[in-house]
Ligand binder design. Structure first.
Ligand code: WAQ
Ligand code: MG
Length: 256
């Protein structure tokens, strides 16, 4: 049996009482890994660089096997960029290569650069026109209910490639779920953690393309965009992102 463990933390009270979001995390794990996951999340909420949380919510739920679908892990590769400006130019090139129009790619970057505070979720943007189409306001669309089938094997796979830390671990799994959505052309993301300047463009065609610098150090605004084909059914997309349980299978990683 699998379980979902969710954590969200805020400062100045709970999110629903106006608290400022500090951090969140979600894992889907077998029963024997639950206690360790809960402790790790608790510690993480208590020591986050966005600030000290005074509200932490932890939720554990059982998941029915028939509610789970499986998708492959995206291939991982890295681009070169030495400055935020170069990283942003690279992101535009990667988005175009993946099938986003130049206008939509540029507009997408402008949308993220124009945020004054971080959103909790992603903006959904039409990959041809560049229009934002989700209508979800400051919240955006959240991708959740995903994890890696074989966590230990996945951690080893990442370590062998020199990829350590929660950011990249979670981003690659999230991007793999996102790339598996109907109508998805590409995803653009960089972190809202002030000192984590790395971002990526991911797509079904070219996999996860890491970009070393997407913003200046110390900048606490980041964001995410899902670029979709024109005519994509938004209700179906939101349902897939927020409700469908997706377990990611790293190909070639032996089961532990
Ligand atoms: N679903 C949709 N959007 C989200 C989610 C989610 N579950 N979580 C965060 N976002 C949006 C939200 O607007 C955040 O402000 C923005 O993404 C950035 O979130 O290879 O850490 O969690 O080393 O700060 C990239 C790793 C790390 C690059 C990205 O994003 C690498 C990261 P963060
Ligand atoms: Mg963050």
């Amino acid at each position: 049996m699998l379980y979902s463990v969710k954590m969200r933390s805020a400062q100045g009270g709970a999110h629903e009482k106006g608290g400022r979001h500090i951090s969140g995390a979600e894992r889907i794990l077998p029963a024997d890994q639950l206690d360790y996951a809960v402790l790790t999340m608790l510690h993480r909420a208590q020591e986050h660089e966005r600030g000290r949380a005074d509200f932490i919510s932890l939720k554990v739920e059982e998941i029915k096997p028939q509610d789970v679908v499986y998708k492959p892990l995206l291939a991982f590769s890295a681009c070169k960029a030495d400055s935020a400006a170069e990283g942003q130019r690279t992101a535009i090139e990667e988005l175009k290569r993946a099938g986003v129009s130049e206008e939509a790619a540029k507009h997408g970057l402008a949308l993220v650069n124009g945020l004054t505070d971080s959103m909790r979720g992603a903006m959904v943007v039409d990959a041809e026109s560049g229009e934002r189409i989700d209508g979800m306001g400051e919240r955006g669309v959240r991708a959740s209910k995903m994890d890696c089938v074989n966590s230990r094997g996945y951690d080893e796979y990442m370590q062998q490639r020199g990829l350590t830390g929660d950011h990249v671990r979670e981003a690659l799994v999230l991007a793999s779920k996102v790339a598996g959505a109907e109508g998805m052309v590409a995803e653009l993301c960089w972190s809202d953690d002030p000192y984590y300047v790395t971002g990526y463009v991911a797509s079904p065609l070219y996999g996860y393309r890491r970009i070393p610098v997407m913003k200046e150090r110390g900048n606490g605004v980041g964001g995410r965009i899902f670029f979709v084909r024109p005519g994509t059914d938004m209700q179906k997309l939101i349902n897939y992102m927020e409700e469908q349980v997706v377990m990611i299978k790293p190909e070639g990683v032996p089961e532990c």
